[in-house]
Design a protein around this ligand. Structure first.
Ligand code: SOE
Length: 414
């Protein structure tokens, strides 16, 4: 029997990936690396080589479950592997800079989860390392995945085409409620040394990035208030939900993790909620709300842009729809209309299911992987870049600075 023709998978050059962290983000990134070649025609074949984590038993089990060839408790091993070309950072923010800078200097491409870092200084060091590495053809992306929800990619295209005219308003919210219960333990997302900030950096970063992505403009100034509603929480581990995701930190960079096994009470050192106003370089007025105390809202991201010729509006709770208002519509049929973003001509959707079947949260990460692989294969700058991530980090810092300065707060006589 004549030999079968080479399978296109084996014919494509491999892209070896090493991932650090295997909790919530590690799991969804693994799903993206496993699925991207199955649904997109790419010049490189992803190879899930090694996953690194803190605990040998846990990371070994994660490797088996998530499809990684090997596991290790020392992330630095990944930098010495010739069969690994890309480092995927899915850890808590306190170790993003250390891993990303080392990986870039070792000649590895980098995908880093958001926010880029815990401080502007760390983000600046990462952006510098990425700029230096780019001169050697080594590329970096920060994982603001919501840009790659098809409805939001379509919104960006409509705004860029001028379909809503000059943007006058941005109205963005990201609402969760996973720590409304005062008995929810003090997990790493509630500790500044590990998370950098609270709702502001974790979910506020997403709507800051989206506002700049959709408008094509930058935030030039903010005025903010933040609040921590519950200051003391029990030490221990959360059994379910977002808080149950135990942070992965490489063994040699163990952050000051709250002692999950200890009894007792610990102090929350980050915001529970942040609300801020902003102006953009395009002259728009913007409002942002990021909170973990929107009781009943589980992962409710929404954003609306109002322009001189129309509006676009998106709600993640109906993530396959984009609402569009065109001022040029005749009055008789004017109003917001719902675009079901599942046509083959819409961004990314043609790779998946027939019209009307819809996509989920995880697909945005596969789209992120697709675009990063495409950039690596073509030597183009992935977006959002570390420079984009640094700009978000500076907005986060400005919000915190504004919130701690009450000089502009005008009390109302009661
Ligand atoms: C927790 O708020 C979290 O996992 C964020 O960290 C992610 O970025 C977001 O996509 C879902 O919620």
């Amino acid at each position: 029997m004549s030999p079968l023709p080479p399978n296109s998978r084996t014919a494509r050059p491999p892209l070896g990936v090493g991932m650090v962290g295997h909790s919530f983000m590690g799991r969804v990134h693994s799903h993206a690396w496993r699925s991207v070649n199955a649904f997109f025609d790419l010049p490189l074949q992803v190879d899930l080589r090694v996953v690194a984590g803190r605990d040998a038993a846990r990371v070994g089990a994660a490797a088996d479950r998530l499809g990684w060839a090997e596991s290790t408790t020392d992330w630095r091993e990944l930098l010495d592997r010739d069969d690994i070309a890309l480092i995927d950072i899915c850890t808590q923010g306190s170790v993003h800079a250390e891993i990303a800078v080392a990986a870039l200097e070792a000649g590895k491409h980098v995908l880093c989860e958001k926010p880029l870092a815990n401080t502007p200084a760390e983000a600046e060091a990462m952006a510098r390392a990425a700029a230096d590495a780019a001169e050697r053809g080594v590329l970096a992306m920060v994982g603001f995945n919501y840009r790659r929800v098809p409805a939001l990619s379509l919104a960006r295209a409509l705004v860029a085409e001028g379909r809503i005219g000059t943007v006058r308003h941005v109205r963005a919210r990201y609402l969760q409620d996973w720590i409304v219960d005062p008995e929810h333990p003090l997990v790493w997302r509630l500790v500044r040394e590990q998370a950098g900030s609270g709702a502001l950096g974790d979910i506020g970063a997403h709507i800051i990035d989206l506002a700049e992505f959709l408008t094509g403009d930058h935030i030039t100034g903010v005025s903010a208030i933040t609040e921590t509603f519950i200051h003391k929480r029990p030490l221990g581990t959360a059994q379910s939900g977002i808080g149950a995701q135990v942070a992965d930190t490489p063994s040699d960079a163990e952050a000051a993790a709250p002692d999950a096994s200890a009894a007792g009470i610990g102090t929350v050192t980050v915001d529970d909620a942040a609300i801020f106003l902003a102006r953009t370089s395009g002259g728009a007025l913007a409002t942002f709300e990021a909170t973990r105390f929107a009781t009943g809202r589980k992962n409710a991201l929404s954003i609306e842009l109002n322009g001189s010729r129309g509006s676009v509006a998106f709600d993640f709770e109906a993530m396959n729809d984009l609402w569009f208002h065109d001022l040029d519509e005749p009055a008789a049929t004017s109003g917001f209309r719902r675009i079901t973003v599942t046509e083959p001509t819409h961004p990314y959707t043609g790779a998946w299911w027939p019209p009307g079947h819809g996509l989920g949260y995880e697909h945005s990460f596969t789209h992120q992987a697709r675009d990063l692989i495409d950039a690596i294969a073509n030597g183009t700058t992935p977006r959002p870049s570390f420079e984009d991530g640094l700009r978000v980090q500076r907005v986060l810092a400005a919000v915190e600075a504004s919130a701690t300065d009450n000089s502009r707060w005008t009390p109302v006589e009661v």
